[in-house]
Design a protein around this ligand. Structure first.
Ligand SMILES: [Zn+2]
Length: 377
């Protein structure tokens, strides 16, 4: 019998249901997966067989008995060795590439200075980084799920076009198309390719690789020369109409305040951005304004977790502590519960690891997989 498109989609949805169960409850047996997913035991059995063959899952040993659902069962878990995700960050001064397991362990990392911000030059450098990594993984029999790329700019959600990346000097660049063409020319197979804004990617990394129940809404604030946020809302990235949601560096915190790079006065970036921080007094002031910014975000989104990352956060740990203290003060005044505010789990690698998480995130949501990806060959 020929399989129709709808059946293929249904199968992908069912597979993603099982993989998402594994993300949250590692060690479930087939019977437990059937009970928790609502799928029949025979469907689960067939799909698990496929997921084992494709190195998404592995059987843990030894089998356990006494789970109340019949014969001894074999616990299943995500395959942390046989299949990987690749993430790449195009930053203003460097290119970072990481290889990450399905469970979020960073297996390898590599960073090189960016020779030139010209899109074609970046593409050539990116391909040169990917080539030895992909060849090595292939030689070891490891499957590459795909490659996620992130960069400091607004990315259109459905086309993947980089609308505007001011710090790279890019406007309407089809970077993904360029990378795909370069990989095809080199005869490399790296799975599906995706592109996303750097703060958005970093938010996904924190979201996908957290243990157990997911923090939702989750906001990742990237503090660097610019200040941007990635927002996960209702299990999806919230990117806005043109991919520019989360540009919180240009929300105004003080009328007639210091001048900002955008030409306005009193933007968050003029207090928190790297150019505003020269001494320890500036760190305390930046932390205080970061707390104000988080308070405003809390009023808008009421996030479960706010994660702070980026170079400024890594270089000045006092920033986070001051922001927490400021928010705690607002919390006491209003009698509202305090939102969790913490440092990025992956530090400066957060965007690159997040780009890798993007590959997994998209795979696990077959219905929302827009056009913002290109299939490898
Ligand atoms: Zn501004």
């Amino acid at each position: 019998m020929q399989t129709t498109g709808d059946q293929q989609l249904l199968k992908r949805i069912n597979r993603s249901v099982l993989l998402r169960l594994m993300q949250q409850h590692s060690g479930l047996s087939r019977a437990r997966m059937a009970a928790q997913s609502g799928l029949t035991k025979s469907t689960v059995s067939v799909l698990v067989r496929e997921l084992l063959d494709e190195q998404w899952l592995v059987e843990a040993s030894p089998p356990v008995s006494g789970d109340g659902l019949g014969r001894p069962s074999t616990p299943l878990q995500l395959n942390a060795e046989g299949r990987v995700l690749i993430g790449m960050e195009v930053a203003v001064e460097c290119l970072r590439i990481v290889c990450v397991s399905l469970t979020g362990e960073v297996l390898s990392e590599h960073e090189v200075p960016l020779h030139s911000a010209d899109p074609q030059a970046v593409c050539t450098q990116a391909t040169a980084l990917l080539q030895p990594l992909c060849a090595d993984l292939a030689a070891r029999g490891i499957t590459i799920s795909g490659v996620g790329v992130c960069l400091p700019g607004a990315v259109h959600d459905s086309t993947g076009l980089v609308h505007f990346a001011p710090n790279l000097g890019w406007r309407n660049v089809d970077f993904l198309g360029m990378v795909r063409a370069a990989l095809a020319t080199a005869g490399m197979a790296c799975g599906t390719l995706y592109v996303q804004n750097d703060a958005d990617a970093a938010a996904l990394g924190e979201y996908e690789f957290g243990a157990g129940a997911k923090d939702d809404p989750l906001i990742f604030i990237n503090c660097d020369v610019g200040v941007g946020a990635g927002i996960v809302l209702n299990d999806r990235l919230f990117t806005g109409a043109r991919g520019a949601a989360g540009e919180i560096g240009h929300t105004i915190l003080q009328i007639d305040g210091p001048v900002c790079s955008c030409g306005r006065h009193g933007c968050a970036e003029a207090f928190i951005g790297a150019r505003a921080i020269r001494g320890s007094a500036d760190v305390a002031r930046a932390g205080h304004y970061l707390g104000v910014l988080i308070q405003n975000l809390d009023a808008l989104f009421n996030p479960k977790t706010v994660v702070i990352g980026g170079k400024i956060c890594a270089e000045h740990p006092g920033l986070l502590a001051q922001a927490q203290a400021t928010v705690a003060q607002y919390t006491r005044q209003s009698g509202m519960p305090m939102t969790e505010i913490r440092a990025a789990r992956y530090g400066l690698q957060a965007p690159a690891v997040g780009a890798a998480a993007l590959v997994l995130h998209r795979f696990l949501r077959p219905l929302s997989e827009g056009a913002n990806h290109v299939f490898g060959h």
